[in-house]
Design a protein around this ligand. Structure first.
Ligand SMILES: [Zn+2]
Length: 128
């Protein structure tokens, strides 16, 4: 089952809730779709928000987010966000050129994340 989060404060909300119980923001305040809001959150100034957005986009298999996730996965400034974006990208589109490249010679964290959800040649994935 998918957990939904407030697009403004990222508190957990019930799937059918019209307002966030934490900050009161409407969950459908404007014309942006939930996916668009998550894609916007990939650029949030707090890295845990970017991380969460990347994770949720993968969980809901957002095909529309593939370009944004690819951009985030290739960004070396935050290795944790990059790894999360790479994992989600691999979940949504395992044959994406960037996924293939990261699987072969991506940074350690990113490669490990990709290998968790796709099979890697010299399989180093953990058994967790
Ligand atoms: Zn909220």
């Amino acid at each position: 089952m998918i957990t939904w989060f407030c697009p403004e404060c990222f508190a957990e909300v019930d799937a059918g809730a019209e307002r966030c119980p934490a900050c009161g923001a409407p969950t459908d305040a404007d014309d942006r779709t939930y996916e668009e809001k998550l894609m916007r959150a990939l650029h949030h100034h707090l890295s845990d928000r970017r991380l969460l957005a990347a994770r949720i986009l993968g969980a809901i298999r957002s095909r529309g987010a593939v370009p944004e996730l690819a951009e985030a996965a290739a960004d070396r400034t935050d290795p944790y966000v990059a790894a999360e974006a790479a994992r989600s990208l691999a979940l949504i589109q395992p044959d994406h050129p960037l996924v293939r490249r990261l699987r072969e010679d991506g940074p350690m964290l990113t490669r490990a994340a990709v290998c968790e959800v796709t099979s890697c040649p010299d399989d180093t994935r953990s058994t967790s």
